[in-house]
Design a protein around this ligand. Structure first.
Ligand SMILES: Nc1ncnc2c1ncn2[C@@H]1O[C@H](COP(=O)(O)OP(=O)(O)O)[C@@H](O)[C@H]1O
Ligand SMILES: [Mg+2]
Length: 263
């Protein structure tokens, strides 16, 4: 049986780029020839179907699938921007799920595992919200690798450290890595914002990727076409390779960042 890479993307802090990193990584793995299942598991504020231009296709969601209201073929949608990339949405709001809803949270890892098998996925990427319950359940019962995302701020790094600490207590075998997102090299060089070494040191988590700040990202996300080229895409590809144990430099192909970084 083939091995499926199971990657949980998380942080207890909102707005740090979990969904952006999840989508960019999914596109990178698919660009490298893998079949990727991208799972939107943010039950409070789903976003990936909008970010990836698949909103019109998502008539059904994970809750429908668990309740037997649709089959796998209806809940899994293809993403126009990349071949080999499938997506599903969570329930429309958190009341349809979990503690207040009709579906138990413990069923999530099993449903994801089942969909990954039906999708014949090589890689499963789990985008989660800024909360702890779903990530904990997935960490216990499904994920192998956790990517804790932080933006370039001390508060966000502290949240990353707390997130990693909590998840390592749930599953001591889980492989936890740091992804620094929205990194602005000029602000770091001017010492206006935290530098890379300082952040990695403070988080005390091995850094597997640095995604640069790119002011076009919010606009691109709104238009539903994630970049498959440019600095963010290049950094996501480096991150994907480093997750697989390849020894690529963090800033390979990231142009400006590679030339100007000072540690
Ligand atoms: N590398 C980046 N460069 C510029 N803007 C970014 C970058 N990553 C994320 N953003 C923007 O930051 C905001 C929050 O990102 P999002 O991925 O939705 O965070 P989260 O999923 O953690 O809440 C969005 O407007 C997004 O477009
Ligand atoms: Mg998000």
């Amino acid at each position: 049986m083939k091995h499926t890479e199971k990657i949980l993307v998380t942080s207890l802090k909102g707005g740090v780029g979990k969904s952006t990193v999840s989508a960019a990584l999914a596109a990178a793995f698919a660009g490298m020839g893998s079949r990727v299942l991208l799972c939107d598991l943010d039950f409070r504020a789903r976003s990936l179907e909008l970010m990836l231009g698949a909103a019109e296709k998502t008539a059904f969601n994970l809750c429908d699938y668990i309740n037997g209201k649709c089959d796998a073929g209806s809940v899994l949608v293809t993403v126009p921007v990349r071949a080999g990339l499938l997506l599903f949405c969570p329930a429309p709001d958190e009341d349809s799920f979990g503690v207040n809803g009709p579906v138990g949270l413990d069923s999530v890892p099993f449903a994801v595992s089942d969909l990954a098998m039906k999708a014949e996925a090589d890689v499963v990427i789990l985008d989660t919200g800024a909360e702890s319950t779903i990530p904990r359940v997935l960490c216990r019962d499904f994920a192998e690798t956790v990517l804790v995302v932080s933006e370039q701020s001390r508060t966000s790094i502290r949240a990353a450290e707390i997130t990693a600490d909590k998840l390592s207590r749930i599953n001591e075998k889980i492989d936890i890595k740091l992804v620094i997102n929205d990194f602005d090299v000029d602000l770091a060089n001017r010492k206006v914002r935290a530098g890379l070494l300082e952040m990695i040191d403070d988080a005390a988590i091995r850094c597997v990727g640095v995604i640069p700040h790119d002011s076009s990202i919010p606009l691109i996300a709104d238009s539903g076409v994630l970049p498959t080229f440019g600095p963010v895409a290049a950094a996501a590809e480096n991150t994907a390779k480093r997750i697989r144990g390849e020894n690529v430099p963090l800033f390979q192909g990231v142009g400006k960042l590679r030339r100007r970084i000072r540690l």
